[in-house]
Design a protein around this ligand. Structure first.
Ligand SMILES: Cc1cc2nc3c(=O)[nH]c(=O)nc-3n(C[C@H](O)[C@H](O)[C@H](O)COP(=O)(O)OP(=O)(O)OC[C@H]3O[C@@H](n4cnc5c(N)ncnc54)[C@H](O)[C@@H]3O)c2cc1C
Length: 414
């Protein structure tokens, strides 16, 4: 079998893989990406957070993405029973980016992959990793192309950015269940011809449809809008027929959507995803690091996926470079702990969302701007700023705030 030698083999050409590859390549190393699919390919995860712009910038991707003219995103709008809660990233507490994009991921991911290829990183599409053997930190990976031809890649280090493929966790039995309840999404891309019926037609909107059930509306600059319902799987059982019939019934049942999306043309038969949350026993090992969705994926509600993917790769790339330079890098202290700080902050917000705690906060009357700006920073992806009490004390701060709002409102009602 042919064997190719590289410094770093990156598995997956999604945001995690391409960001890691670009940063390591820029440090002067020989990097190769293997990607199972042909790009552009469909993947969900279309709303970005401002914090990911820092990672895209460091990777050298920003100009190429800007040139695509994707829909800019300046905040997030939550709606419940007609009441609106608006977060504007420019008002956030943590200094940083105050805008980002809403992107059809096929085109966005292809832009990142084409850009990293132009930098000089070869991307082998339709090439799947089927086996890896480690000898200390060196490895031999078996890859297979779509014609069934097998080759080997000898690498000094592997970055696994294989997303839902979870290559290393599956090969080495590292997969672990999430502590989050399994949920399901039913979604489609729609030809949003009646966008102008909305006051803010191009804004991302998250609608609370019922307790534990929410909807994403993510307009793209090409006139298509992504629309998806998320809930525990049992909720969907009351809807019968094809995915399209179910999605149309759901749209008709949500007053905020009914006018704009009634009879809307769907670009593809609605898709279903479920039980997406998962984690791994460890994020690194001798000769490899996991980044992006392979580490831990929580939930779509706060659009944290691509941000955690790109930030983990930004950080992991630095560790890989230091290891290749023969320096020490403490993966536990310098990679896993900071990543878990971010993941666990989002986890508290996801749990508070499904419990209804965040409804109390988001839709409260007379909100204090000083508190709102701190929560806004979390929603912008700045989940590593521990000067923000809504990051540092993420496990308790939201419950305390909701409790105070509840007391205040019950006193006012007397
Ligand atoms: C319903 C839902 C909605 C979501 N909405 C959002 C959102 O609005 N915003 C957001 O930021 N995130 C969202 N996400 C999360 C988002 O999908 C992921 O977090 C994000 O795509 C992770 O990027 P990644 O680079 O880690 O993985 P991916 O984008 O999945 O890329 C991994 C790549 O690895 C390749 N691969 C897999 N196996 C192999 C193999 N054996 N060999 C070679 N290549 C392989 C795959 O083909 C793929 O291209 C959502 C998730 C769900 C389930």
């Amino acid at each position: 079998m042919n064997t190719e030698n590289v410094d770093v083999l990156v598995i997956g050409a999604g945001p995690a893989g391409t960001v890691a590859a670009a940063i390591i390549h820029k440090a002067g190393y020989n990097v190769k990406i293997v990607e199972k699919q042909q790009f552009p390919r469909f993947v969900i995860g279309e709303s970005l957070l401002p914090r990911c712009m820092e990672a895209l910038e460091e990777a050298g991707f920003l100009e190429a993405v800007k040139a695509k003219g994707f829909q800019e995103k300046f905040g997030a709008k939550f709606v419940k029973n007609g009441k609106i809660c608006d977060y504007i990233f420019a008002d956030q507490y943590t200094p940083g980016w105050n805008w980002t994009w809403q992107v059809p991921r096929g085109e966005f991911d292809k832009t990142l992959a084409d850009t990293v290829a132009q930098m000089g990183v070869p991307v082998s599409y339709q090439t799947t990793v089927t086996a890896i053997e480690f000898n200390g930190s060196d490895s031999i990976t078996t890859i297979e192309d779509s014609a069934g031809n097998k080759r080997q890649v000898a690498a000094r280090f592997i970055v696994d950015g294989s997303g839902y493929g979870r290559v290393i966790p599956k090969l080495f039995n590292l997969d672990r269940p999430s502590n989050l309840v399994p949920r399901k999404a039913l979604f489609a891309h729609t030809v949003d011809n009646k966008r102008s019926l909305d006051d803010e037609p191009n804004r991302i909107t998250i609608i609370v449809h019922a307790y534990g059930v929410w909807v994403w509306v993510i307009p793209f600059s090409n006139g298509v809008t992504s629309l998806g319902f998320v809930s525990e799987p049992d909720f969907f059982k009351q809807y019968e027929g094809s995915g399209e019939a179910q999605l149309r019934a759901l749209i008709a049942a949500e007053p905020y959507l009914a006018n704009r999306f009634k009879d809307v043309e769907m670009v593809f038969e609605p898709k279903v995803l479920e039980s997406w949350s998962g984690t791994t026993e460890k994020f690194y090992g001798d000769g490899f690091v996991l980044t992006g969705n392979v580490t831990e994926f929580l939930d779509p509600v706060f659009s944290s996926g691509v941000t955690l993917a790109t930030v983990s790769s930004q950080l992991a790339a630095k560790g890989v470079i230091r290891k290749l330079q023969g320096e020490n890098f403490d993966w536990e202290e310098e990679y896993t702990k900071p990543m878990m700080q971010g993941v666990n902050t989002f986890r508290s917000y996801v749990m508070a969302w499904y419990e209804g705690t965040l409804d109390t906060i988001f839709f409260a009357d007379n909100q204090q701007p000083g508190i709102k700006s701190k929560i806004c920073s979390v929603l912008a992806g700045y989940v590593w700023d521990t000067t923000n009490p809504y990051v540092k004390d993420h496990a308790t701060a939201l419950h305390k705030l909701a409790h105070i709002i509840g007391l205040r409102d019950s006193l006012a009602a007397k």
